[in-house]
Design a protein around this ligand. Structure first.
Ligand code: FE2
Ligand code: FE2
Ligand code: FE2
Length: 473
């Protein structure tokens, strides 16, 4: 007897089921708001702002023009937390009183709930890449090599927008710290996504990839493990190296870059994309690290420990070559040209995410540097609202002393107006303005910010003006 079979559908929760599953995951006390700006030596705590999640729609694929919006930040924060349940973390000072957090983070409940929502969140977070990246045509090994040649991965490039933003900042040291913070999710557990491709049994290429991995791990010598070198970089410029201390200062695009490798490594159908992205990142890191070394040396006048970067200038010359000669070429020989479009896709997707991250970071530094200008803009924008030239939805808010709005962003410009009390408005790491009654600030769309109440109570308004420039004419 024949069975009528339902058409095969890819698994991803949709609609209300997805919303409820996300809320169930984020209801874990580990993910609640923090009362401090930084986590202190607790790798299990990650602020997911669960109270806002019911209002977000993850059942869609945002286009490229929306990937910096708050929903995307929320999705990338969720994904970071979900992927990292596969990684082993302990507080630097030992488990101490954090046993309950440890068991909760690695509990079957937390892991199963995360896995349940992961496919839908990955579709939300990385689905736009399907639209943006086109890899078509018939590929041969020769055309791939010509394409790789054209990428000019070994060229000495000029400063990226992010590096330029650090150098040109009104406070280059603060900007450089903010920059290093963006690398922390990746560098402090460096090569963990890569390690996902080391398990299994797939021939000589597996052993070649393993060689790259053990280099990243300092060949078992802890002080030369790449993540250890980066810890020293952080400490040398006054940052603490404990995992996700600066969680609230990660930009959406920085999390996306790191999550992208977990996404490829977790889903082995994307193995060949990872191979492409690996080749590209290892090859281009040589020049990037040379520039980063110079930048940090200049900004901190020799005070930064840049061994992390100088080590990569050396070792990644090998890793780039190994990725090409020992992985890309033999894999094509073994599995055929069918894998080439996937290799190219990995390269192109990673390049796009890198360009987005560069731009996002540079914009954030400008937003931090321009804090006075945005504070001054409160005057004319508030006047436009008072005089009825502009009507915008308004929220009246009363908060007690010490209330900390954990960092977030908005899809449109907003005007924050203080009615009474005092607010410390934070626009990035070590970047804030004090707002008193009658004062306020324009909040630029998609820019990371947060606030803490410094008076006994603070009454303030948030006017959702959309585009603040419309209030100035
Ligand atoms: Fe490395
Ligand atoms: Fe490397
Ligand atoms: Fe806000």
């Amino acid at each position: 007897m024949a069975h009528a079979s339902a058409p095969f559908q890819p698994f991803a929760l949709r609609g209300d089921a997805l919303r409820e599953a996300i809320l169930a995951y984020a209801a874990n006390p580990l993910y609640r708001d923090n009362e401090e700006w930084e986590n202190s030596d607790n790798p299990y705590r990650r602020q997911l702002r669960p109270q806002v999640l019911p209002h977000l729609d993850f059942d869609r694929v945002p286009g490229r023009d929306s990937v910096l919006e708050y929903s995307s930040l929320a999705a990338q924060r969720l994904l970071t937390s979900i992927y990292e349940a596969d990684l082993v973390f302990f507080p630097r000072a030992g488990l101490g009183g954090l046993g309950e957090d440890f068991r909760s983070f690695y509990s079957p409940d937390n892991r199963a709930r995360g896995e349940l929502i992961r496919p839908a969140l990955e579709r939300f977070a990385f689905g736009f890449l399907d639209e943006e990246v086109e890899v078509s045509g018939d590929w041969t090994t020769e055309s791939l090599l010509a394409y790789l040649d054209g990428l000019d991965v070994h060229a000495r490039g000029g400063a990226s927008p992010a590096e330029k933003a650090v150098r040109d900042s009104s406070d280059p040291r603060r900007a450089a710290r903010m920059w290093l913070i963006q690398f922390a999710p990746d560098f402090l557990s460096e090569a963990s996504p890569m390690a996902r491709n080391i398990l299994g049994c797939y021939g000589a290429e597996q052993s070649e990839w393993f060689k790259i991995l053990i280099d990243e791990y300092g060949y078992g010598v802890h002080r030369t493990k790449h993540s250890t070198l980066f810890e020293s970089t952080m400490e040398s410029v006054g940052l603490a190296p404990d995992l996700h201390r600066y969680w609230q200062y990660y930009l959406v695009s920085s999390l996306a870059l790191n999550n992208y490798f977990h996404y490829l490594g977790k889903n082995h159908e994307y193995f060949f994309r990872y191979v492409g992205a690996l080749y590209y990142t290892e090859s281009t890191l040589v020049d990037f690290c040379r520039r980063a070394d110079g930048l940090l040396t200049d900004v901190f006048e020799g005070g930064a420990d840049t061994r992390y970067f100088s080590e990569h200038v050396h070792i990644d010359q090998h890793h780039g070559r190994m990725a090409l000669e020992k992985l890309v070429k033999p894999l094509i020989e073994k599995h055929g040209t069918q894998i080439i479009p996937e290799i190219v896709r990995g390269i192109e997707e990673f390049r796009l995410l890198g360009a987005i991250a560069d731009e996002d970071f540079a914009t954030q530094i400008a937003w931090m540097d321009d804090a006075d200008r945005y504070k001054e803009l409160h005057g004319p924008v508030h006047a436009a609202i008072q005089e009825g030239r502009v009507t915008a939805p308004v929220a009246d808010i009363v908060e007690p002393h010490g209330e900390l709005s954990n960092t977030h962003s908005h899809e449109g410009d907003e005007l924050c107006h203080i009615v009474s009390g005092t607010m410390r408005f934070v626009s990035g790491f070590d970047s804030y303005r004090i707002l008193e009654a009658g004062e306020g600030t324009v909040i630029q769309r998609n820019r990371l910010h947060g606030a803490i109440i410094e008076s006994e109570e603070c009454v303030y308004q948030i006017h959702s003006v959309g585009d603040h420039r419309a209030c100035l004419s």
